[in-house]
Design a protein around this ligand. Sequence first.
Ligand code: PEP
Length: 258
Amino acid sequence: MVAKRSLIVANWKMYKTVLESVAYAKELMRQMESAGAPATDQVICPTIPALHEVKRRLSGTSIRVGAQNLDLGREGANTGAVSAYLVREAGADCVILGHSERRSLYGEDDALVADKTRAALQAHLLPIVCVGESHQERLEGETDAVIRRQIGAVLRVLDDESPSDLIFAYEPLWAIGTGLVPEPEEANRVAAVVHDTVRAERPQFDSVVRILYGGSVNPGNVAGFAAQPLLDGALVGGASLAVDQWMLLNQRWGEVRS
Ligand code: PEP
């Protein structure tokens, strides 16, 4: 089997104006021209209003762009909603789904995340589906059950035909934006649980599933995660907001894997 290139995804959340997003894209291009592109595949997920312009600025590079959410349906009387097709038309190649902030702040449950994943695939968007346990669930020994439940819900609604690419990001809730991280070996163990679940539910999908770790990844700790055999990349929030840190993080991941 051909080795999969590592994938590092930037989640900018609700940060950066359109102008700031464009300035970042320009600076990223400049740094990649002078330092060389890191040996990772990169995805940048800006805010929806900045998507189109960031995509335009990064055209001609291998960097893909993604949205941070989508709404169900194609078109219709859905005030404020942005469908998978519109996200795609705005320039997105990928979409982050089921992020814990969407689950906790906007009440998204497993069934909705699953439906959104199916909608993303139908619109030819690569879904990056976030799963992870809360601190309390970890203390109660529920981590694996939560992961199996969240992933199972997604797998069960997908068509039988295998997608060409499907990404799960293991993001323990207690690690997001806190500076806390699990031992990299623990993230690798959870990645094994993800694969086990996929093999049990949809064995034909297992070869296309990739697993990212997310939660307080930064240039100082990224090497430990890059060293884990079942992790195919990282989902990065805070440390993706400054170009220098983003570049360094990608370089360090690439160095461990090359
Ligand atoms: C995230 O929000 O997906 C994330 C991983 O954030 P941070 O890296 O800031 O913990």
